[in-house]
Ligand binder design. Structure first.
Ligand code: SF4
Length: 355
């Protein structure tokens, strides 16, 4: 048995072509079978009713299709939808679908939990449980399309649970599946990887020829403050991360969660200008999710506006984002944490935020 969904589309095509040939099927069947993986996906081969029943049964035996099952689905007043997916081993991850005009951005997870323990993040408090496979990552998009083809995401952001660049092998394949014409066919400029700055994988990501977008979870413009918020700063220090970003040939986004009295002063804004301006980076300012992390409070709205103004007046492109899905658990890791084994109820801001 082969898991076709965990293969990059070229490898899946090769495996299917070889099998069709070996089993005496007509060569044209590849044009009917391959699109059922990603382009016009089916939950199970039995649903591909344009294929003969015997072929569907044989495909099911040889290439069973893994499925992500939605065990919870919440819809916010603002249209944001949150899905909790059950994985084959009983673990669970979540995705958030955010409609905005003609855009439908899906925020996907790359790990179950996260080892990095950023203080403002619910997923960080779960700890790391395991990495997702490529089909579980791209499968979050697939599962949305299987539920309703009209909801196919136009944009994908790796800003859900986990640090994608700590699961590079699977993320590398998932990026190919998301972008490839025989995969989900989403333009590279519409796919954003958000990272805290894992340098070895960042270099590999930068080498990919496609125009994938990069967002850095910054959250503090100076190493000492960043170390307090994000323990990873001890391993990959901000000056080194900024050097790596300067090598990146495309425009970078800096994600910045505004935490009251912690990183929202105008002095801190001036420090942020010094980082963002030479990079020509866009700064995404994100309100801390209300209810927030223990001991942290959201920045007051007036302060957030003043912070944004300071950046803009200094010549930095900045956008203050709205919190989405406030009436549901639409912050990364929050639904999983609420419904998880310990039933601990916490609120937190997402891995980074959504452009
Ligand atoms: S913000 Fe991202 S990197 Fe930090 S703990 Fe949460 S999921 Fe992990």
């Amino acid at each position: 048995m082969t898991d076709l969904l965990s293969l990059a589309p070229d490898a899946a095509r090769a495996a299917l072509t070889e099998w069709l040939d070996r089993t005496g099927e007509a060569a044209y069947r590849i044009r009917q079978v391959l699109p059922r993986l990603w382009q016009r996906p089916v939950a199970r081969w039995a649903d591909a009713t344009d294929l003969p029943a015997a072929l569907r049964a044989a495909l099911d035996r040889e290439f069973p299709l893994a499925r992500l099952e939605a065990t919870a689905h919440q819809v916010s007043n603002d249209g944001t939808e949150k899905f909790l997916w059950k994985l084959a081993d009983g673990e669970a991850v979540e995705s958030v679908l955010i409609p905005e005009g003609r855009r439908r951005t899906l925020c996907i997870s790359s790990q179950v939990g996260c080892a990095l323990g950023c203080v403002f993040c619910a997923t960080g408090r779960m700890g790391w449980r395991r990495d997702l496979s490529a089909d579980e990552i791209a499968g979050q998009v697939r599962a949305i399309i299987v539920r309703d083809p009209h909801q196919k995401p136009t944009n994908v952001v790796f800003m859900g649970m986990g640090e994608p660049l700590l699961n590079w092998e699977a993320v590398d394949v998932a990026l190919t599946i998301l972008n490839h014409g025989d995969g989900l066919g989403i333009g590279a400029r519409h796919i954003t990887v958000s990272t805290v700055g894992i340098l070895p994988s960042l270099a590999k990501f930068a080498q990919r020829p496609e125009q994938f977008r990069l967002a850095l979870s910054l959250h503090a413009p100076v190493p000492a403050l960043r170390r307090d918020l994000m323990p990873i700063e001890k391993k990959y220090a901000l000056p080194d991360v900024m050097k790596a970003l300067a090598q990146f040939s495309r425009r970078v986004t800096l994600e910045y969660v505004l935490i009251g009295g912690v990183n929202d002063s105008l002095d801190t804004a001036d420090r942020l200008v010094k980082l963002a301006k030479p990079l020509g980076a866009l700064v995404n300012l994100l309100p801390l999710h209300p209810g927030g992390a223990p001991g942290l409070t959201p920045s007051p709205h007036a302060q957030m506006l003043a912070f944004e103004r300071r950046l803009k007046r200094s010549g930095v492109a900045a956008v203050l984002r709205r919190s989405r899905g406030l009436d549901i658990s639409a912050a990364c890791g929050q639904l999983r944490v609420e419904l998880g084994p310990r039933r601990r109820k916490v609120g937190a801001e997402e891995h980074a935020g959504v452009e």
